[in-house]
Ligand binder design. Structure first.
Ligand SMILES: [Zn+2]
Length: 355
């Protein structure tokens, strides 16, 4: 049986700090005592307000309601200020996003915003995940605007409970190509631990797929399914024919690629562009391509790098110049399979005989 989830408490208390009486309903196990003693305490009377705490000379405490409805002795333990165990709560949320190695950092200049990591669904696509402990719509909206300006790409915002996700918050989020979730939809506290609700991951992957499609919109062409966390070193390129290349990642995700997939075919005369020949040359030289004139090759090399980065959705340059050996070398493995290599050799010999 699902208990009523207490996450809204996180945003209803100023600075997420309060005495035990403030945290009624919030799981004890998710609270940590601070060294501070409160100067006010919820009133037990009808006013629904707070009592001022008066400390007497003998060390005893008395709560006095400012509306005059109650006055009573309080124990020191009643006044201890508790903060939520953010590490545990944010770890639960991070788990819902499949984020590893989370660092919880309160964001500079953005009060009540904590970045708990980045959601990395594929290749080098990373979308920041921000938790807010804020319930007031106008403040949430302002913070989302600031986050959008800072990130310049889609991001996720997590708010304590569904009522914080008002229509106007939704509108602001949509305008800033972000997505907002309520904690209570993603995690629950059950059996004394934070548990991830099962449906979270499918929502996220669908969303991220949409964003990626949008980011790739201008590219439009072929996209290799590079898994998250992959590096160029995980990829193997193998030429099997003059215009055929098989790419795999860790012996998986085999894809046959031809020049047009990498935008390496001349549209008018249909022949492969120099960038394709460059790749083939890397393969035929076992990834040690001699550089006769770097000024001549530089431009083609840049073109190859740019097209590969796009097709594989990676950030870093896949081809490096090794000055000691005066060669170009790819960070991925690249070779020609034996039948293609032999065929290339024959063609070469044949040319030699006829000329
Ligand atoms: Zn009162």
């Amino acid at each position: 049986m699902l208990q009523k989830q207490p996450w809204h408490k996180l945003s209803h208390l100023l600075g997420a700090r309060g005495v035990k009486a403030d945290w009624t309903g919030f799981p004890d196990k998710l609270l940590k005592p601070t060294n501070d003693l409160a100067e006010t305490h919820p009133c037990f009377g009808r006013c629904g307000g707070y009592m001022d705490v008066v400390r007497h000379g003998d060390g005893s405490f008395v709560g006095v309601c400012s509306s005059g409805c109650d006055k009573r002795a309080l124990r020191k333990t009643d006044l201890i200020v508790y903060r939520p165990d953010f590490t545990t709560i944010f770890s639960g949320l991070a788990q819902a996003f499949g984020i590893n190695g989370v660092v919880h950092t309160e964001m500079d200049g953005l009060p009540a915003c904590w970045q708990i990591g980045e959601y990395n669904p594929a290749a080098s696509y990373r979308f920041p995940v921000v938790v807010m402990i804020e319930a007031q719509a106008s403040r949430i909206e302002r913070a989302i605007g600031q986050l959008a300006a800072r990130f310049q790409k889609p991001f996720f915002v997590l708010l304590p409970s569904a009522p914080s996700v008002t229509q106007s918050v939704q509108d602001v989020v949509l305008r800033n190509s972000a997505k907002v979730f309520a904690y209570e939809d993603m995690i629950e506290f059950a059996n004394d631990v934070i548990q991830v609700r099962s449906n979270a991951s499918s929502i996220l992957s669908e969303l991220a797929a949409g964003w990626i499609k949008n980011i790739d919109g201008n590219h439009g062409g072929f996209r290799y399914p590079t898994p998250a966390g992959a590096t160029w070193g995980d990829l193997v390129f193998e030429f099997t024919a003059d215009e055929k290349l098989t790419v795999s990642c860790k012996n998986n995700r085999f894809q046959q690629i031809c020049p047009e997939d990498l935008v390496m075919r001349n549209k008018r005369n249909k022949t492969p562009l120099p960038s394709w020949a460059f790749l083939k040359q890397l393969a035929l030289t076992n990834n040690q391509m001699p550089v006769a004139d770097i000024e001549k090759l530089k431009k083609v090399k840049q073109e190859v790098s740019g097209k590969l980065k796009k097709a594989f959705a990676m950030d870093d340059d896949p081809i490096e110049y090794v000055s000691g050996d005066n060669i170009y070398r790819a960070k991925f493995a690249i070779r020609a399979n034996s039948s293609f290599a032999t065929q290339e050799q024959k063609t070469k010999n044949c040319r030699r005989l006829t000329h």
